[in-house]
Design a protein around this ligand. Sequence first.
Ligand SMILES: Cc1cc2nc3c(=O)[nH]c(=O)nc-3n(C[C@H](O)[C@H](O)[C@H](O)COP(=O)(O)OP(=O)(O)OC[C@H]3O[C@@H](n4cnc5c(N)ncnc54)[C@H](O)[C@@H]3O)c2cc1C
Length: 443
Amino acid sequence: MRHQQPDKAFSPRRRALLTAGAATGLLSVVPAGQLWAKQRTSARILIIGAGAAGLATANRLQRSLAGARITLVGARQPHLYQPGFTLVASGLWDRQQVITDTRDWIPGGVRWVEADAVAFDPQARQVALSNGASEAYDVLIIATGCQLNYADIDGMTPELIGQNGIGSVYASPAAAEATNNQIEQLIARGEGRAIFTLPPTAIKCAGAPLKMTFTTLNRLEDTGRRDQFDVNFFTPFSQKVFSVPVYNEFVLNRWQQQGVNLHDNCTLTGIEPENRTAYFSRENGETVREDFDFIHVVPPMSAPDAVRQSELAWQDGSWAGQWLEVDQYSLQHRRFPEIFGIGDVIGTPFGKTAASVKKQAPVLEENILSYLAGRPLEARYNGYTSCPLITRIGQAVLAEFGYGGELLPSFPFIDPTEESWAVWVMKEKMLQPAYYAMLNGRV
Ligand SMILES: Cc1cc2nc3c(=O)[nH]c(=O)nc-3n(C[C@H](O)[C@H](O)[C@H](O)COP(=O)(O)OP(=O)(O)OC[C@H]3O[C@@H](n4cnc5c(N)ncnc54)[C@H](O)[C@@H]3O)c2cc1C
């Protein structure tokens, strides 16, 4: 257990990042700095998960509340800038560019407990931790992100990434780098069969599996021997690789032009690394065997076990036992009013991107302030989700949408359905400082 030193909040490194973020914020840049008095409370506020959503929330609440006892729980020491993973796996960034220290983002006055939550007792308002301790709370915020369920694919473990043609951008910066190495080996062979996959569950950054397909295609085209490579995309759905129709059609049309073979209704169920063989189940229960020289594995995802096996998960419907049950607009738990959720862990129709966290964080802050003051919860999250969909190196489409698949463009000068170099520059150069400003609770 460690107490953050107050002067950490003003380290030169953080100040520089903050300034850069404010100057080049990718999305709307509305300062979160409070111009009004802090709200007084003596509440114990417990935040579980010290990733993008947990850190943004801790910074915001620390700034807007006086007297609160805020504790942030999370064992992971490095902070990972996950939107950069696709750039690492495409050979464009070094993996060190996506790693910072979690400690650098924790505001002074917030207590950090370097352990994970293992069980929730919402009746007793207690959370049991991996270090054997437990924490009591008045307000609980769940921000644990996604769990990557590689084990749901027979024979697959994250350790296999980087061997026998197996890649997966999701697991870690090292896995992203190893994925790039496997793609480089495919290119060096001068021919071969590449397979890209999608799981049947909700996933974080649903554009990432498509981006990996696009950047790899681009690299194969650049060899001048594209016809020597057989490129395949396996989807568990029918003619669907993305849930918003306009982007789905865009991608499918482009892949048709680029000679990608689309395999419908196929879910990856098993892998034999030494044989470079994958197994897919089809809708009719049949299993098909597919050989590969390179495969991009996207694991099924859920809330972490501690959340999905607790009373806090959805009890009915397609998210039952998988994702945190919250009201999709207020982000308050639907059965335990003192519990809130933010980030990838929540069971809502959309919202599993860092850009979603940026829109959710002010909603969550306002509603927690209202909850503590006994006022009605009026702030609403509209499902905003955004992802610069890289279509080739140097080009991207800025996909921005919300509940109901409604397009929610932020910039009048960017057509939300057209690819451009400007969106690529946003992804490659501007998103990271904007993300770091978000962690600081500044935008
Ligand atoms: C390959 C890839 C590409 C992406 N591209 C984009 C993009 O272009 N644009 C975009 O906006 N977003 C993108 N994202 C998504 C974005 O990174 C996530 O949506 C964002 O990080 C969500 O924040 P979070 O805090 O919910 O989860 P995370 O940032 O993952 O943080 C969750 C934290 O909770 C911790 N935790 C887990 N279990 C427990 C537990 N039991 N107890 C305590 N702590 C726990 C974890 O260790 C972690 O520190 C991408 C993600 C990936 C993987």
